[in-house]
Design a protein around this ligand. Structure first.
Ligand SMILES: [Zn+2]
Length: 458
């Protein structure tokens, strides 16, 4: 049936923050089928849909669904597991890889990913850009919980002698994952990072993504070790590659310039991190129309620094949690708060009134994230005709009142735990403490089993 002919339901609250326009009080959003059919004052929307069912959320804000542009759902079981090696990024990656590859079964990875998706639903997140080695786990997780997203299947190997084999493995992985696509969940590719692929594999994956029109996500310009390897051919990553007998020729340029000259930026590319980028790199990203997933909490936790957000105003950008192994939560309101505070730290006294503000942060956490993932006009703003992806956040906690401006209260006082309702394409997936789509208690019991396996043989 046409969505407009389906019975509408009205969700009202003290505030509506549509992102597509200015926030207003005493508002309502009408949803029919998958789409938003009305946004306005409660009186207006009620008059427009007189026979619609109604539900009022009181002192709360209705906002577009939050978008997590960069996650690794399959690693949810690693939350809190890698704290002892956080001072050494290389040891961190190695400990993570050993546990994931040798101790977790395919079903464990699926449970881990589903728990991550469940956490996201509870946090008002309606869409994710998820990079993973076990693509099926992530596809099933998003589908089972009822979230929207792009699952970027990873390709990773620094030795060019196996580049052709790795590329054909990626192609067969993608072909298999496409069977699991639905209206909400799509497949993309993720060449892991500039330093974990041979140039041959990197170029091959980018060409494949362009040919097949697959969105591409890559970690880029994240750590000092990456910078050292790419610019000078030295440092911890260089030593490790040499130690493994792998010849990896440094391009002697920044990670962003390397990706640009190898055709990696023009495949609907999303760059996770971009901590170490200069003015030329930012201009290169803009010209290529690539997007940035800013992951402030992960970058801080791994001591990588932070992306120069205030110099990225012309870039398409959103926020990412990265894996909860380096965060440790999927909480996009908190991510936006960290981004805002860090942008102000970098702006310092030179701000001259032009500081990065809560309205910009909320935009980047919703519409910006949707655009960064390549969804241009589908969702990310509350507007008639858009897909009904929204979250309702309570604003009556002791930590929130009084509220003068809902954007300020959301960014500076609120967290994932204040979310009361999450809706994706018109379907409620979370409401008042309960995820409606999966059996949370069964998953909780399975997570306890997975936790034991992760630390076995240590
Ligand atoms: Zn990542």
């Amino acid at each position: 049936m046409d969505d407009k002919l389906q019975p509408a339901k009205l969700y009202s609250a003290r505030w509506v923050v549509p992102i597509a326009g200015t926030a207003f009080e005493d508002g309502a959003v009408a949803v029919a089928g998958r789409v938003i059919v009305g946004v306005g004052s409660r009186a207006e929307v009620e008059a427009q849909f007189p026979s619609a069912a109604r539900e009022d959320f009181g002192a709360a804000a209705i906002i577009p669904g939050l978008v997590n542009c960069h996650s690794h759902l399959e690693l949810t079981a690693m939350r809190g597991y890698l704290e002892d090696v956080e001072g050494d990024f290389f040891a961190w990656l190695r400990k993570l890889t050993v546990a994931r590859m040798t101790r977790m079964s395919a079903d464990d990875l699926r449970v881990s990913a589903t728990w991550g998706a469940l956490e996201a639903a509870r946090a008002g997140v309606t869409c994710l850009g998820d990079a993973c080695s076990a693509g099926e786990a992530s596809m099933h997780a998003l589908r089972d919980v009822g979230l929207r997203g792009i699952v970027y299947q990873e390709a990773i190997h620094p030795d060019e002698r196996v580049a052709a084999e790795m590329l054909s493995k990626l192609k067969s992985d993608v072909t298999r994952l496409r069977e699991l696509e639905n209206e909400l969940v799509r497949v993309g590719v993720s060449p892991h990072a500039p330093y974990t692929l041979s140039e041959k594999l990197l170029v091959g994956v980018a060409a494949y993504a362009r040919e097949e029109k697959l969105p591409l996500m890559i970690h880029a310009a994240e750590s000092a070790d990456e910078d050292e390897l790419l610019k000078h051919g030295r440092g911890a990553f260089a030593e490790s590659l040499a130690g493994r007998g792998i010849e990896w020729r440094s391009p002697r340029m920044s990670p962003i310039q390397y990706l640009s000259t190898r055709g990696v930026l023009t495949a609907r590319t999303l760059l996770a991190h971009c901590v170490r980028v200069d003015a030329l790199d930012i201009e290169t990203i803009r010209e290529a129309r690539a997007a940035v997933a800013h992951c402030p909490k992960s970058n801080l936790k791994l001591s990588h620094g932070h992306a120069p957000l205030s110099n990225m105003s012309e870039l398409t950008r959103g926020f990412g949690s990265d894996s909860v192994a380096s965060n440790n939560t999927c909480d996009m309101l908190e991510e936006a708060r960290f981004a805002t505070l860090l942008a102000r730290l970098a702006q310092g006294d030179a701000a001259s009134g032009e500081i990065y503000n809560a309205h910009q942060a909320l935009n980047d956490a919703t519409r910006g994230g949707a655009r960064a993932l390549g969804y241009v006009e589908n969702f990310g703003a509350l507007k008639a005709g858009r897909e009904a992806d929204l979250a309702i956040v309570k604003l009556d906690g002791a930590h929130q009142i009084p509220v003068y401006d809902p954007a300020h209260a959301l960014i500076f006082s609120s967290s994932a735990r204040d979310v009361a309702l999450t809706m994706v394409a018109g379907r409620e997936v979370y409401r008042h403490g309960k995820v409606l789509t999966v059996d949370e208690e069964r998953l909780r019991a399975r997570m306890a089993e997975v936790r034991k396996k992760v630390t076995s043989d240590e």
